[in-house]
Design a binder for this molecule. Sequence first.
Ligand SMILES: Cc1cc2nc3c(=O)[nH]c(=O)nc-3n(C[C@H](O)[C@H](O)[C@H](O)COP(=O)(O)OP(=O)(O)OC[C@H]3O[C@@H](n4cnc5c(N)ncnc54)[C@H](O)[C@@H]3O)c2cc1C
Length: 475
Amino acid sequence: MSNLFKDLKGPLLEEFSSKVSGQLIFPGDAAYDQARKVYNAMIDKRPGMIVKCMDTADVIHAVNFARENKLPVAVRGGGHNGGGLGICDDGLVIDLSGIKFVRVDTEKNTVRVGGGNLWKEVDHATHAFGLAVPAGVVSSTGVGGLTLGGGVGYLARKYGLTIDNLLEADMVLADGSFVTVNKNKHADLFWAIRGGGGNFGIVTSFEFQAHPVATVFGGPTLWPIEKAGEIMEWYHNFIHNAPDELNGFIATLVIPGPPFPTTLHNKQFCGIVWCYAGDLSKADEIFKPVRAMNPVFEMVGPMPYPAIQSLFDGMLPPGLQWYWRADFFNEMGPEIRNIHFRYGSKIPTPLSQMHLYPISGAAARVGKDETPWAYRDAKYAGVIVGVDPDPANANKITEWCKDYWEALHPFSSGGAYLNFMMNEGQDRIKASYKHHYDRLTVIKRKYDPDNFFKINQNILPALASVSGAALKGSM
Ligand SMILES: Cc1cc2nc3c(=O)[nH]c(=O)nc-3n(C[C@H](O)[C@H](O)[C@H](O)COP(=O)(O)OP(=O)(O)OC[C@H]3O[C@@H](n4cnc5c(N)ncnc54)[C@H](O)[C@@H]3O)c2cc1C
């Protein structure tokens, strides 16, 4: 047990334990090592206590207990954050994985989801009604972290980011109070959580707008890495002018193994993973320009929406080493394409990849000040991930990722999608919120003046003198 918790042993801890319905887990307990694991095996943190919350009441008690005893707090949703922001050393982890429920309202096409749900659970529940909520491209990701950071995925060109579909949230704030936020109630806080991450409180339930998406037409197309320049130039001209129903992220990657044919294994490619969420009778027409580019392999066809959402889940189980770097980009000029070819040709391990997600269609039509998500005018949210099961390769994947990023960064828009970043410090956070950062600091001061929620992409509470100017500056 860490020192912080040793001092609390006895009546204080007993009182807390009697209030919460969920389990308390300490170092040395049989459940401890499993409970402290996060998705990225490169993260190895040892909290002083983990509280598995089962409901909002547990969260309120945990927040009060941590505040009254001055304990550092990490909040864990799905545990997928690349930098491991759902866990901490020594402090208290408020684990939301017991707060799971999904209720679909078929009259309003809305979905109410628990603060600890994973996207696959939401996809499963909504699909039964022919509905879907825009999320990411891997279904084991947590609803909490992905939503609060933005949510970029297959439906973004048709229906916007995940935050553009958030209608309401129930939250426990740093002072232990409970609020419901939407566009009419605590509108400043509702604005802040649509991109501001876990900075403002713990969301115990989310309400989303869902959309009629049942079967999509999608999957990967591949070209040899030598054609990366040509394909990226074509893609840049094609995707942003395509109907909103068509989405596809472009990647440099290695084919790691099955289900792909053996002739492709361990070779480098430029690939696009497509998802067309429109009228299926038009799919062949829509894909004509793609096929005209003569991919060496395609596995594109109709599939249930949950199937495309989970296409890569099996390839990317928890417990791999991950190192992330990210930026937004506007351009796809020859120098950028050369860098992609250069680093795409020397991908260090079969699961390491670079992805560019298009920001256009509905995601780009949301006003730049409507949410804190500051790069609506960028063309791509880019991410480079070094991934491998073997800890001995941690340096190799990290170096490749950093080198690739450093070569590309001068051509970037300056900031990154915060959910694709490691723990990279204040300058990167500010660059990623741009003109919204100051307004976020003012809202942070109002709802969390002592920076109780600081294990996240942290927004520092504003000094009193900034408030007026900040609010004017970003409205
Ligand atoms: C394999 C993989 C694929 C991904 N693909 C995509 C993608 O396609 N699109 C995309 O947008 N992102 C994607 N991401 C990034 C993902 O959005 C972030 O990693 C996100 O932080 C994960 O959320 P989580 O709840 O699982 O993480 P956690 O590690 O549990 O939490 C991350 C942060 O969110 C906070 N948080 C989580 N839940 C809550 C809550 N209920 N209330 C308050 N704060 C909370 C935590 O405190 C922490 O600061 C991917 C990540 C991985 C690992």
